[in-house]
Every structure is written in C-alpha cells, then in structure tokens.
Design a protein around this ligand. Structure first.
Ligand SMILES: Cc1cc2nc3c(=O)[nH]c(=O)nc-3n(C[C@H](O)[C@H](O)[C@H](O)COP(=O)(O)OP(=O)(O)OC[C@H]3O[C@@H](n4cnc5c(N)ncnc54)[C@H](O)[C@@H]3O)c2cc1C
Length: 411
C-alpha cells in the first residue's frame, strides 16, 4: 500500500479519536454557566473556576464589552468596598436583608475583598469616609484585574451572547442564546443585574420577583426659597422621612442643597431605606429637618433668650447665635415670617418659639425624586426568602444560584 495513503488514514483516525476524547472530557467536566458579565458574574465565575478545577465555567455576556458598569462606577474610580470589617456593623448599612446577610458577611466580608484584590496585585486605599478605591483611582484597574483573573482561571468569556431563555432539565439546564445556540449547564449562576430578561429567566425557573424600584436618589423640593440655597451644605443634620402609615426613617448625616432640592448622604440613605415606600406614595412625602441636632430644643431656646438679652440692638438677620451659614439662617427666619430688619430686642416670645420649632423640626414637602449623578441602584428583584444564603442557591430550583443586583436586598 502507498505509505502516504496509509499515513493520511492514520492521521484521520487519530483526529477522530482526539475529537471523541475532547467530547468525553467536555462531558465529564461539570458545566457551569454564568449569565451576566458584570462584577457579580465575573467574581462568581472566577471563584468557581479557581476552587473547582473539575468545572468548565462559561460566562455569557449580552453586550460586546463586559463589566461596563464597573467602568463607570464611583465616578470612574470604582468604590470597591467599605472599610467596615465587623459583619454586625456592616449589615447596618444595608437597607434590606440585614439579618440574612450577617452569615454571608461572616464568610466573606470587606477584609476578604481587600485581600482578594491584593493577592491579584490591586491595592485598595481608604478615604476619610471609609470608602475604598484602587490606589490608581481608576476603575479600569478593577476591570483589568477581573478579566485577567477570569482568563487565568480558565473561564470562557462569551461576549455579544445574550441569553434568551432557560429551561430546566432533570439534572441541569438548557440555556438558549438569542442566536438560537443551545448550551447545557449542570449549574447556573444568574447575575444579570437589574436587567428585565434576568428577572424573566428567574421567574420561568419558579421565582417570584418583587417589582424593581429605584434606590439612591435626591429629593425634589419645589419651595423656591429652599432652591435658592443651592450650594449650601451642613455637616450634620437630623433628617426624618415621614411616610404615610409607617415609622419615620431617620439619618444623622451631612446634607446639601442643590438647585432642585436636597441631596447629600442623609438624603441618599433615606432614599435607599424608604425606596419602596417612597415609590408607593409617588415620591410625595414630608421631610423633617433638625438643622442643629447637637442642641436640644431647650438649649436652642436658652441661646435665643441669651442673645436677645446680650445683643438687643443687633438685627436677627445679621446676628445668629448658631453655627449655621448666613444664607440658611436668613432662610429659616424668612420661612417663619420674621422680617430681616427686626432687632433681637423686638423678637416676641412667640417668634422665638417658632424659631426653635423651625430649626428643630422644620418640615419640607418632597415633590418628586431626582437622580444622584446618574448613580443609582435598584431595590427589587428575586425574593431573598427564596434563596439559601449559605450557598446562594435557589431554594426552589436546585443548581440555580444568584449573585449581585438581581436580588432584592441590593440598594
Ligand atoms: C453610575 C453608577 C455608578 C456606580 N458606582 C458604584 C460604586 O462605585 N461602587 C459600587 O459598589 N456600586 C456602584 N454602582 C452600583 C453597581 O454598579 C451595581 O450594584 C453593580 O454593577 C451590580 O453588579 P451586577 O454584576 O449584579 O450587575 P451589572 O453590573 O448590571 O451586570 C449585569 C450584566 O449582565 C448582562 N446581562 C443582562 N441580561 C443578560 C442576558 N439576558 N444575557 C447575557 N447577559 C446579560 C448585562 O449586560 C450586564 O453586563 C454604580 C452604579 C451606577 C449606575
């Protein structure tokens, strides 16, 4: 026989055996499919691939570029985590799921996040308010780290691969891409953020979805005089959000005026804690502000009486006994109808009482919500009661896992 024909036959044969072996290997590997190439999907895929070498992890991302939100996060610097290393204290920062999260944070908390990135060459720094950013002040550092870690761990990243539907099989799932391509999965991680398609997949697999509503926003206040205070910031106010049929929500934090109303940490926190209730009352509620929370009403009153006695000839508008900006002080006086020229000697008992009331418990009508530097998260999604927090596995659909903003506890 011609030896070249013999060799060609052998070559064809070994190629066929190789293909069979590859298919056998593929089938013997645990197929893990992650849907969603955001921070949660990448982190889940990397950890899974690193800790389970017997798994083939495939990450499916709808867009051409994964991690797009990480890129814009924290104003392009990416606020990776917070320097709060006590799980009990940490859960206080979460508006939803606090108790359930305590266990999760006892297994992996911000200290572990810091160490995880350090092991991969990314150093984080802490800012005065506890927020932690990469020392490069560039979110691209985090994006690069996640992409490289996924590559090193052998995660197959498929971009431009939107998932359309998922059906449940006896021992896993069949994932259908929009292109029609089917993919078998032994385990499925759903990390589609607040994307409606992700909610539809979760619903089709038996989960209930709480309608997503915005979280982290500013309060629109149309009172023209308050709007005129744009740019005025106060270091600590006591802000109480009064909502119909609900216990008031309270925050003692900085506040800032901006042209359309009120912003700052006190407002953003209240918006997160009251996200659903505010949505339900169409963002019409009352905000009560104590501009001087370190002083009791009685102390305020005594200080007003004292200035009345010691500075009788001074005008109220130009002489405030408190550490408040002049614009804010004059706004408060105008709000209760005190004319700017009035002298302290002429301030009646009644006007001093109203002044105390206004400084201590001034009320402002919230008439809508704004955006916070286009920065927002969603409150809503998969019901956390349907998820086992020890494993993040669905309680309703075995082998299905969740990560990230798809859950109700975010925001
Ligand atoms: C402007 C801005 C700034 C922010 N800054 C910060 C910050 O500094 N620090 C912080 O902690 N948080 C920040 N956040 C919030 C943070 O971005 C989100 O909490 C986080 O992105 C949620 O991550 P995730 O992976 O769950 O979802 P996402 O980041 O939304 O990722 C989900 C991914 O799934 C993909 N996907 C959806 N549906 C499908 C489908 N059917 N098939 C395939 N893929 C799909 C999407 O394309 C997307 O890439 C910010 C948010 C915004 C908008």
């Amino acid at each position: 026989m011609d030896s070249s024909i013999h060799l060609r036959g052998k070559f064809k044969e070994s190629k066929r055996i190789l293909a069979i072996l590859q298919e056998f290997l593929r089938l013997s590997l645990l197929q893990v499919v992650v849907i969603g190439g955001g921070a949660a999907g990448f982190f889940g895929a990397i950890v899974c691939a690193e800790t389970h070498p017997q798994a083939q992890v495939t990450l499916l991302e709808a867009s051409h570029q994964p991690l797009s939100k990480v890129r814009i996060s924290g104003g392009g610097r990416c606020n990776v985590t917070h320097a709060c290393f006590d799980p009990v204290a940490l859960v206080q920062h979460y508006p939803r799921g606090g108790r359930a999260l305590r266990g999760a944070f006892s297994r992996f908390q911000p200290r572990d996040t810091v160490a995880w990135f350090a092991q991969r060459g990314v150093v984080l720094k802490t800012e005065a308010d506890g927020r932690m950013f990469p020392v490069t002040d560039d979110s691209q550092t985090i994006v690069d780290c996640l992409i490289q870690a996924a590559h090193r761990a052998g995660v197959k990243v498929w971009t431009a691969s939107p998932v359309d539907t998922v059906t449940r099989l006896e021992s896993g799932f069949e994932v259908y891409l929009k292109s029609g391509t089917p993919l078998q999965a032994d385990r499925l991680l759903l990390a589609t953020g607040s994307n409606p398609r992700g909610y539809q997949v979760a619903k089709a697999l038996g989960h209930s979805i709480l309608a997503p509503v915005p979280s982290l926003f500013t309060f629109t206040i149309t009172e023209p005089e308050l709007r005129a205070l744009a740019g005025v910031a106060v270091e600590t106010v006591q802000a109480r959000l009064l909502l119909p049929n609900q216990k008031p929500l309270e925050q003692n934090r900085p506040i800032a005026n901006y042209p359309l109303g009120l912003s700052g940490p006190a407002i953003l926190k209240l918006s997160a804690w009251g996200a659903r209730a505010l949505h339900d009352c169409h963002y019409q509620a009352t905000l009560q502000l104590n501009w001087l929370p370190d002083l009791s009403a009685e102390q305020l009153h005594q200080q007003l009486l004292s200035v009345k006695q010691t500075q009788p000839k001074r005008q109220l508008a130009t002489h405030s006994p408190f550490d408040l900006s002049r614009r804010l002080w004059q706004y408060v006086l105008a709000k209760i109808g005190i004319v700017p020229e009035q002298r302290w000697a002429d301030a009646s008992k009644n006007s001093l009482r109203r002044l105390v009331q206004e400084l201590h418990q001034g009320q402002y009508a919230i008439q809508g919500k704004g955006a916070f530097k286009e920065e927002f998260v969603t409150c809503g999604g998969v019901n956390l009661k349907e998820v086992d927090f020890k494993t993040m596995e669905s309680r309703l659909c075995p082998r299905l896992y969740f990560a990230g903003e798809i859950w109700i506890l975010m925001g």
